[in-house]
Structures are given as structure tokens and as C-alpha cells.
Design a protein around this ligand. Structure first.
Ligand code: ATP
Ligand code: LTN
Length: 328
């Protein structure tokens, strides 16, 4: 069976973009792959975090993984900092990566824009991400489109190590969804839907109640010609909503265009509210059931043990190939 690894940062507000771009794939892959899903708390501290809130957010994301359908009987679910191999391999790979290639990462450029200096961790973050993936001999990494550049860097670093030392790493591949791979912000369809945007109506969080969902969708930016048609260039707002509608309902974009021919955005949006509320209701109720349970803690502890067993094997191989330690 092929191995799958992915991670989500515990920074709160998991939204439709995270769900449709990444989490939905996590669930689909479980049946015929060996899946490892991580809550990447060491990534979260690349920007300032309140310690109490961070710990809560770790459990929030873990509960959401389970609520959307990740099954701990099939998949390993764990918290990154519970497995020391991530930081350990992160360092080894930092010594195999170059400031030039890291300077080209668009996420770093965005996050450090207009700042004279940025935390070093923000700069080397893609190397830690490479370590996360390579630590588990991962074949497939399901992520949103925005992570493509980081996946390519991971492949470059792994290939470099394999060429320079004995063959050490499996070269992973990114897996991106075509539709829904990039969900845009509701208030500005030229930007991606984001956890960190100030306007809460720019996103729909998985735990939003029906009233909030309605408000955000009804306020969503469209255009003035009132025709429900998919055209990302000229009609990015309605195209984004069509995309969301399509992935949530399973109806193709063409069929939706036909369904709303001659109708206005009002009707379309009203139905989209209904579809969204219906899709998120079971996620919300499962989340409430599990979020404060002892079961959740047990799942994460068990997951960390299973992940650590794999990680230790990889680290032994890395140390051997690099000549680190005593070798016995
Ligand atoms: P932010 O929304 O604050 O930019 P992020 O991208 O740092 O968050 P993570 O929690 O690390 O979010 O992302 C989890 C997964 O969700 C990743 O695979 C990422 O590619 C995906 N993702 C995030 N935003 C979107 C989006 N708007 N559309 C599709 N996928 C997305
Ligand atoms: N960088 C990713 C989160 C992430 C990840 C990973 C995804 C960290 N490590 C390993 C896949 C595999 C993000 O910000 N979305």
C-alpha cells in the first residue's frame, strides 16, 4: 500500500478551503492507502502564538479531522511535537538546503513582506515541512494548490540527498484536487480563503452556525451582470461560489449553470446556503461529541506512538548514511 502524509496547522478557524482542498482528500485516501495525518504545531510557532490558545487549537484540529471522517482505526492521527524525529530531521535537511531556494518561496515572501527582519523559522519552515514528509517514506501528499512550491522543494532536497549519500528517501508526489483545489475568499475572490484574514465573512469555517453561513454567502462578492456562469477571468466571484456549490453537492458546474439559467444570484445564493448548512451540520455535531472527550487524547497518544516507531527507523537510516552518532 502506498503511504500518504499530510498536515494542518493548529491555528484555528479551519475553513471550507482547508476542507475542500485538503481534508476531503484525507478521508477519500484512507481505504486504500496507509495514511498518516499530523497536526503540525511546530509549524504554527513560526508566527507568534498564545500558548493556551495553541494547545486548544491542537485539539480543535484533531477533533475536526475525526469529525470530517478521518478514521483512527485506518489512519494514524498525531501531534507533530510528540514525535521528536520531525525537528531532528528538520535540522539535518536544513544543512542540505540553500538560502537561495528558500528565498524564492512565495509564502515566505508574502508573510515577510514589508518587514525588515523575519523569524528564521518562517524562512526555514519549508525544510521542516520536507522533514515531515520524508520522515515517513511518504509516496503521496494531499494538499491544496498553494503548497505546490513547498512539495517541489521537498522533492529537490530528497533527490539531492539521495544523489549525495546512499539512497535515503522516497521521492514523494503532491496530490491536488482539480476542482476545489483553490477556494477563494468570499469578500475578494482574487485572494485565497484564509484562516488569518481579518474579515470573518471572507471565509466559512467548518464550525460556523447556519446564521453565520447565510450572512457570509449572501454578502459574498459577485458582479453586476447577474448571470450564473463559470468564468474565472471575468467572473471570479460567482465562479468561486459555483465551485463550492459543485464540490459540496456533487453536481457538476455545467449542470448548475443550466439549473440557474435565467435566475439571479439571489436564488443561487439561497440554495448554496442550504447546501452548505446541510454539508456542515454532521461535521459540527460529530465535532461537539468528540472535542472534549478522553477518547480524543487516547487517539492522539496512540497515533504518536505509531508514528514515532516509523520515524525512528528513518532517523536510524539517515544517521547511518550521514555518519552521525556512534552507529550502534
Ligand atoms: P491560511 O488559510 O491561514 O493561509 P494555511 O494555508 O496556512 O492557512 P493550513 O492549515 O496549513 O493553512 O492548511 C491546511 C491545508 O489546507 C493545506 O493543504 C492547504 O493547502 C489547504 N488550503 C488552505 N487554504 C486553502 C484554500 N483557500 N483553498 C484550498 N486549499 C487550501
Ligand atoms: N505547510 C502546510 C502544512 C504542512 C504540511 C506538512 C502539509 C506542514 N507540514 C507536510 C503536508 C505535508 C500549510 O501551511 N498548509
Amino acid at each position: 500500500m502506498k503511504r500518504v502524509f499530510s498536515g494542518v496547522q493548529p491555528t484555528g478557524n479551519i475553513h471550507l478551503g482547508n476542507y475542500l482542498g485538503a481534508l476531503k482528500q484525507f478521508v477519500e485516501l484512507q481505504d486504500d492507502h496507509e495514511c498518516i495525518y499530523c497536526i503540525v504545531d511546530e509549524h504554527a510557532i513560526t508566527v507568534p502564538q498564545d500558548p493556551k490558545a495553541l494547545r486548544e487549537h491542537i485539539l480543535d484540529v484533531a477533533a475536526l479531522y475525526l469529525a470530517v471522517g478521518v478514521d483512527p482505526k485506518k489512519s494514524i492521527v498525531f501531534v507533530q511535537s510528540d514525535v521528536p524525529g520531525h525537528a531532528e530531521l528538520g535540522w539535518v535537511l536544513t544543512c542540505q538546503s540553500y538560502t537561495g531556494e528558500l528565498s524564492r518561496m512565495t509564502q515566505f515572501k508574502d508573510k515577510s513582506k514589508n518587514k525588515e527582519s523575519a523569524p528564521t523559522g518562517l524562512f526555514t519552515y519549508p525544510v521542516l515541512m520536507a522533514a515531515d514528509i520524508l520522515l515517513y517514506d511518504t509516496d503521496i501528499v494531499p494538499v491544496g494548490n498553494d503548497q505546490k512550491q513547498h512539495i517541489e522543494l521537498c522533492r529537490d532536497i530528497a533527490t539531492r540527498v539521495n544523489n549525495k549519500y546512499k539512497k535515503t528517501f522516497v521521492i514523494p508526489e503532491g496530490r491536488y484536487l482539480k476542482e476545489g483545489a483553490r477556494i477563494m475568499a468570499l469578500d475578494d475572490p482574487t485572494k485565497k480563503m484564509s484562516k488569518s484574514a481579518e474579515n470573518i465573512h471572507s471565509r466559512i469555517s467548518l464550525l460556523d452556525d447556519p446564521a453565520k453561513i447565510k450572512k457570509s454567502i449572501m454578502k459574498a462578492t459577485t458582479d453586476s451582470d447577474g448571470v450564473v456562469k463559470f468564468d474565472v477571468e471575468n467572473k471570479p466571484g460567482i465562479s468561486n461560489l459555483l465551485n463550492i456549490y459543485s464540490v459540496l453537492s456533487g453536481i457538476s458546474v455545467e449542470d448548475l449553470e443550466a439549473k440557474y439559467e435565467g435566475k439571479g444570484y439571489g436564488d443561487f445564493k439561497k440554495d448554496l446556503v442550504e447546501v452548505t448548512v446541510e454539508a456542515l451540520a454532521p461535521i459540527r455535531s460529530r465535532y461537539e461529541e468528540i472535542r472534549h472527550s478522553e477518547e480524543l487524547i487516547e487517539i492522539l497518544k496512540d497515533g504518536a506512538q505509531r508514528a514515532d516507531a516509523i520515524a525512528q527507523k528513518t532517523m536510524a537510516r539517515v544517521k547511518d548514511h550521514f555518519g552521525l552518532g556512534l552507529g550502534r
